[in-house]
Design a protein around this ligand. Sequence first.
Ligand SMILES: O=P(O)(O)OC[C@H]1O[C@H](OP(=O)(O)OP(=O)(O)O)[C@H](O)[C@@H]1O
Ligand SMILES: NC(=O)CC[C@H](N)C(=O)O
Ligand code: SF4
Ligand SMILES: [Mg+2]
Length: 550
Amino acid sequence: MAAATTTSPTAGRLPFSPHPNANPARLSSPASLKTPSKPVSLHLRHLTVPSAAGAAAPYPDSSSSSIPDLLSDKPRDECGVVGIIGDPDASYLCSVALHALQHRGQEGAGIVSTHRPSSDSPVSLRSVTGLGLVSQVFQDKSKFDYLSGSAAIGHVRYSTAGSASSLANVQPFLAGYRFGQLAVAHNGNLVNYSSLRASLEDSGSIFNTSSDTEVILHLIANSNSRPLISRIVDACEALQGAYSLVFLTKNKLFAARDPYGFRPLVLGRLRRPSRGIVFASETCALDLIEADYEREVNPGEVIFVDGHDLSISSLCLMPPKPRKACIFEHIYFALPNSIVFGRAVYSSRYSFGSTLAKESPVANADVVIPVPDSGFYAALGYASHSGVPFQQGLIRSHYVGRTFIQPEQNIRDLAVRLKLAPVKGILEGKSVVVVDDSIVRGTTSSKIVRLIKDAGAREVHMRIASPPIVGSCYYGVDTPRSEELISNKMDVEGVRNAIGCDSLAFLSLESLRNLLGKEAPSYCDACFSGNYPVPPMENEADRLLAEEEE
Ligand SMILES: O=P(O)(O)OC[C@H]1O[C@H](OP(=O)(O)OP(=O)(O)O)[C@H](O)[C@@H]1O
Ligand SMILES: NC(=O)CC[C@H](N)C(=O)O
Ligand code: SF4
Ligand SMILES: [Mg+2]
């Protein structure tokens, strides 16, 4: 194996290899689908946890609930992944880290860990997955006795491919194949999933789920390369789109990131005596389990950690691509206390807001209010730059999750009222600047404008701390279809009219790029600009059709 660097964790700071794109050494042929020599069947295993009587699942599937989940109205959060090795409490720490990443996915959660019943028995992998929140799936603490080993990977899911309500699609996926057991957890979306799956099925592969992630396991199983890291590289070379991945075997933890680096993935080290190694989608997960941030997993890099001595090896074997980190992580997805792609999310949002104030001031405004939660930080920036007092004119209920909205207009109104309550004393008779991070379909904004006007506001001026969203995302964010995006259907004046506010302004794409400075070209802004770094190969109709057929 070429270009591997192996070190001991006791040697202080880890001497990782240079930037992966500087080392295009390859182990195998260019990206192409390998033809398996024989049909390969993977056996996916889960210990499943039913969502507490269905009713307790906070984000019920529309088919099973009287309140349909209309999260498809907005860009839904994406998944979060965690991997920990070298600590006796690996699965418990994994669950804590998943709590920190809960905002990235609420449909399902799971952990796969190593397990060794006694010192003379072999190590095996065990899985616990369930629909719902981490606290629901891991409510029963005996799960951590079942997941007893010193290495674990975990996942919180918001689906981009495959049914949201199918327990089989909840990750991590655990499979047995000719080289033993392998588990994977994935954040992202594979744009060539359908063609990969069709090709694998033609060759005899039998799929257990409707998730795009499963093709990764089949590609690894079909690779004839050795060792496993080479099979992972082989698989990654066939994938197109976004993937931040963690893999677990009985004695190794792997992490891999696509060559564009769409989705975040960081590496840290536990402060506790074990000095275990951690991978996580966001640094907020490291903070919660008291791990120190060491660095990002670089785009195109595959890292593996040996469970015996916690030595870390880094391979940079994927063909180099221009880096394209998702700017929407900074606008909306990531937690504001995280550092994502080397930038503090809080300060990004604050600066988007202050630049918006510079770009689109409101004359004679009385008060600036945020749309909780995600509009908060941009509103602080807007208020600070404009000198207009900041107030909380909308109070968010702690007991309503992400917005549940009915298709019928009257129930939609109720849903927003359940979540957000206006403070009359702040709004009555005022000219109000309302700051939010984004408008997707316009559902939230139009309801909020009405709420604020009903509370007696004289004028309502919407200020949005990102450019108009004109295109869908194909890289791990489940945005509505392009034709449902309000800014794809009409210009800013049309949107203002539809929302019913007195004025509306978005942060310009130019300002957003200026704020990123010389790093701007290393960010994906396709949903604002239409410049898709990887062409969306499979149209959404195919995706929807595939889901309907489940
Ligand atoms: O134009 P729309 O289709 O209504 O979507 C846009 C809204 O959705 C998001 O918030 P969300 O309600 O998801 O929750 P949060 O801000 O509380 O996280 C976003 O912050 C906007 O407020
Ligand atoms: N949002 C994500 O990253 C989802 C991962 C994977 N594509 C799934 O649908 O399960
Ligand atoms: S299209 Fe938008 S949401 Fe998707 S990766 Fe690019 S910036 Fe992020
Ligand atoms: Mg919001």
